[in-house]
Design a protein around this ligand. Structure first.
Ligand code: SAM
Length: 381
């Protein structure tokens, strides 16, 4: 077994200019693999108050970590404008993420601006947010009033000691559960809870978590630990495959498969046979779902990424701040999407899920490319 190699700092992401010249304003472009654009994930901050080892390990994201200064972040007006342009290209769903999105000051104001957007058919986009739940008890009501429709809360364990160890910020489970309750009371539903499962870390929490959320109307989704970013020292051995998670759940009580809720949905849905709700499995490592991936990502400093495992982004902020017109920007984003061929996870799977196989999904077939993958806290989970 090889030792983990954890770089001191993530490499600066490679950046390309947005392809501004030419391109028509196609209203619903498809990429090179015939995939439409439907889902936009917006990272609103690169900061988080948790230090989960699989995402923002404390050894890397320490006191001296060079977080982006405020001026580098897109303003709420800029984010809303970009989101509006994306809705013109087919985006129907907008998810705010980060970093921890509730740490961004006045996030409710951004929610309000995005909630006022209208799709070409006159309906509102599906507007949601992923949070670690730490500030949710305080903010749920205001977020709902601003127009947020629902939330996804990350929670990796019910056992307080396990959870505190995993978030590495000594944050108690009880406060996240209080946040979930507040979200329910505010009508921010249906609520989803995401649990990243790591071998030997929280796999014993699979059943307690399933029991806790069964019958509550909250869908618990188990996420395979992914080789995203370059700082978490990921190894295939640390992944608990979704198939194994399902077997453990089925030993508890029967489950039957449900059809996908929407095209491009990340989770495989399963229902408890007794009608006590559903669970989801996000098998991004062992059963890649690139084939219908319809997501684009906007980083907090205005770069567009076409894959969670991308090694380069396209700079939207420069033309945005230099006075480019809506038509120019939208045409460029359409051109970008039409040129998209990313299918990182599928290629990784075809290559036997070796960590360094990752590089082959980008351009260079080397571990160097794996080391230059973008951190999830920057690109948005
Ligand atoms: N701070 C927010 C939160 O905790 O939900 C939003 C950002 S976080 C990056 C979004 C989601 O990505 C969380 O559910 C988190 O558990 C998940 N995540 C982060 N790193 C991951 C990894 N290496 N593998 C699988 N999921 C990961």
């Amino acid at each position: 077994m090889t030792d983990r190699i954890i770089p001191l700092r993530p490499a600066a992401p490679a950046v390309r200019p947005l392809p501004l010249a030419g391109g028509d304003v196609a209203s619903a472009p498809e990429d090179r693999l015939g995939r439409p654009l439907r889902d936009l994930r917006i990272s609103v901050t690169d900061r988080c108050n948790f230090r989960c080892g699989y995402c923002m390990p404390r050894e890397v994201f320490d006191r001296d970590y060079p977080y982006l200064p405020q001026r580098e972040l897109l303003t709420f007006e800029e984010i809303t404008r970009v989101a509006r342009l994306f809705t013109g290209l087919g985006v129907r769903k907008i998810r705010l993420t980060g970093g921890e999105p509730l740490l961004r000051r006045d996030i409710e104001a951004l929610v309000g601006q995005l909630a006022a957007l209208r799709l070409p058919d006159g309906s509102a986009p599906d507007l949601t947010l992923t949070t670690n739940g730490s500030l949710l008890a305080r903010k749920a009501q205001a977020l709902r009033e601003a127009g947020l429709q629902r939330v996804t809360v990350s929670l990796d364990a019910l056992d307080d000691a396990v959870f505190r160890r995993m978030n590495d910020a000594d944050f108690p489970v009880a406060e996240v559960l209080a946040g979930i309750e507040a979200a329910q009371a505010a009508g921010l539903g249906p609520i989803k809870v995401n649990m990243v499962v790591q071998r030997g870390v929280n796999e014993d929490e699979i059943l307690p978590m399933a029991r806790h959320f069964r019958g509550t109307g909250i869908a618990l989704r188990f996420i395979e630990y992914m080789d995203v970013g370059a700082t978490n020292g990921w190894r295939m051995n640390d992944v608990v495959p979704a198939g194994e998670i399902l077997r453990r759940l089925q030993a508890e009580a029967p489950l039957h498969p449900l059809p996908p809720g929407a095209p491009g949905e990340t989770a495989q849905r399963w229902a408890w046979a007794d009608g006590s709700g559903e669970i989801g499995l996000i098998a991004s490592v062992t059963q890649a779902f690139c084939g219908d991936c319809n997501r684009a990502r906007l980083s907090n400093d205005g770069k567009v990424y076409l894959c969670l495992f991308a090694t380069e982004g396209h700079d939207l902020r420069t033309p945005l701040r230099a006075g480019a017109s809506d038509a120019q920007l939208q045409a460029a984003l359409g051109t970008l999407w039409r040129g998209r061929g990313d299918q990182y996870s599928a290629l990784r799977a075809a290559d036997g899920a070796a960590p360094d196989a990752s590089a082959k999904a980008g351009d260079a077939g080397t571990a160097a490319a794996a080391a230059s993958r973008i951190e999830m806290s920057y690109i948005g989970g």
